[in-house]
Design a protein around this ligand. Structure first.
Ligand code: UDX
Length: 445
């Protein structure tokens, strides 16, 4: 099938590439000429495992093209996806400027029947706005073209996005126009193997489904962080508690890891936007507000542990920081807990030697040159001349470090483990003081 995708960001690029990989004829449009020119040479601007070779192979096979020419791209597609960004407004609600700009562009050039699909995470009711925007442009041109607007949210995790796209748990299609549903079913047939994964519903329910999924996951994390904070106070170990509850299938093992708070491009933004939607409809979103406020507190918690250990005297101390990305397998630092921590350390007069396997350039871009930051080439390099080690992102290479070596390198012999990667006994056996999240034992010491 012939597909057009607006936006070559995370969602658009992964979706377009996966659709091309199963044989569809895909054109991706972006307004960023440099990006488009790079993609046509096989340069993938984001770090996502497995994506670059797929982009290159499908581009070489002629099934995946990139352009800035919206008019030609609109003429190409039977299905037109909108996958542009929806950044938060000042008040936390989703900014629809880019989505509606694409809708206007579609309305200005559409000349044959098409299904327009919202893939961006957009508030309930956006599909109606997109439909009205396109209709107004068509009317202004005096043309009558048959089109419908569907919602088809994505559930891609950064770092595992290609797999999520190729092997989805479910494919949510929000549409009332049956011809559109059939087209989308045909498009996704190659991904709908072994058992039925397509769930068809009305447009508004599909829009809400996306927010409900992310808000539920964020709620699980904030819940566990709250349990961790209780564990810390009562002298219990949240890691034991986690193991004690996860095997209950009603609770499950996923997303019950306490830590330095959730970050990324989705959870913080989507929880806020859903809360805003509730407020706009006269409802007080008590639970969502609590989920957010627990997370805000949690992002500062690691620093509190550090501050307490040093009795507030951090001036002149140097901290090795392992991990800057908001989670492993990505170079993305949007809303990353590391950003809050680094700022707090700097405000307290401390120096930082940071290492991240992928986010070095992103950190460079965000922080620029500063005297109190050294971006290191290796985990061990970050330890050189440091007083303490802080682990912020659970990258695999950080999981089993050489503790005696850390003991030697780190002057104050202390580890602050923001992701509970280590067993306190193992660290302490090496002569290093250990602080984790919600590990009451070590705090009581
Ligand atoms: C998320 C959703 O998982 C995905 O389905 C949706 O489409 C987009 O948002 P993503 O933001 O890529 O994906 O990352 P995810 O792996 O969900 O992690 C989000 C944050 O939660 C990270 O900062 C992570 O460290 C944190 N997290 C996750 C925890 O603190 N504890 C956990 O148990 C799980």
């Amino acid at each position: 099938m012939r597909v057009t995708i607006f936006g070559t960001g995370y969602v658009g690029l992964v979706t377009g590439t996966c659709l091309a990989d199963v044989g569809h004829d895909v054109v991706c449009v972006d307004i960023d000429e440099v990006k488009v020119e790079g993609l046509n040479r096989g340069v993938v601007p984001i770090f996502e495992p497995g994506l670059e070779p797929m982009v290159k192979a499908n581009h070489a096979a002629g099934r995946l093209r990139f352009t800035t020419d919206a008019e030609a791209a609109i003429a190409h597609g039977d299905i037109l996806f909108i996958a542009v960004g929806t950044p938060p407004d000042e008040d936390g609600s989703a900014d629809l400027r880019y989505v509606l700009e694409v809708a206007r562009t579609i309305g200005r050039h559409l000349s044959r029947p098409a299904v327009v699909v919202d893939k961006s995470t957009v508030p309930v009711g956006t599909a109606d706005k997109v439909r009205a925007t396109i209709a107004a442009e068509l009317e202004a041109r005096g043309v009558d073209v048959d089109f419908s607007v569907a919602s088809n949210p994505e559930f891609l995790k950064e770092g595992d996005a290609v797999n999520d796209c190729m092997r989805p748990d479910r494919i949510v299609i929000g549409a009332t126009d049956m011809a559109a549903v059939e087209k989308l079913k045909r498009l996704y047939a190659p991904f709908n193997r072994n058992h039925e994964r397509i769930v068809v519903m009305d447009v508004r329910s599909a829009e809400l489904t996306k927010y409900a999924a992310n808000a539920m996951l964020a709620t699980k994390i904030s819940f566990m962080n709250e349990i961790a904070n209780i564990a810390e106070r009562v002298g219990a170990d949240v890691e034991m508690v986690r193991q004690g509850i996860g095997s209950d299938p009603r609770i499950g093992w996923h997303f019950i890891y306490p830590g330095a708070g959730y970050g990324g491009s989705c959870f913080p933004k989507d929880v806020q936007a859903l809360a805003r939607t509730a407020q706009q409809h006269g409802m007080d979103p008590r639970l969502l507000n609590a989920v957010e406020s627990v997370n805000e507190h949690q992002k500062k918690h690691l620093f509190e542990l550090i501050e307490r250990h040093y009795g507030g005297k951090l001036k002149g101390k140097t901290f090795a920081v392992w991990g800057l990305a908001f989670k492993p397998n990505t170079d993305d630092m949007r809303e990353a807990s590391s950003r809050r921590l680094l700022q707090q350390l700097w405000d307290a007069g401390a120096q930082v030697r940071a290492y991240d396997p992928e986010a070095r350039h992103e950190a460079q871009r965000i922080f620029g040159e500063r005297d109190d930051l050294v971006l290191c080439e290796s985990a061990n390099g970050a330890l050189v001349g440091a007083d303490a080690l802080v682990v912020v992102t659970e990258w695999k290479p950080f999981r089993s470090p050489d503790f005696p070596r850390i003991r030697q390198a780190v002057a104050d012999a202390v580890i602050f483990d923001g992701r509970n990667l280590y067993h306190p006994d193992e660290v302490e056996a090496a002569g290093i003081a250990y602080y984790g999240i919600g590990r009451g034992r070590s705090v009581a010491r």
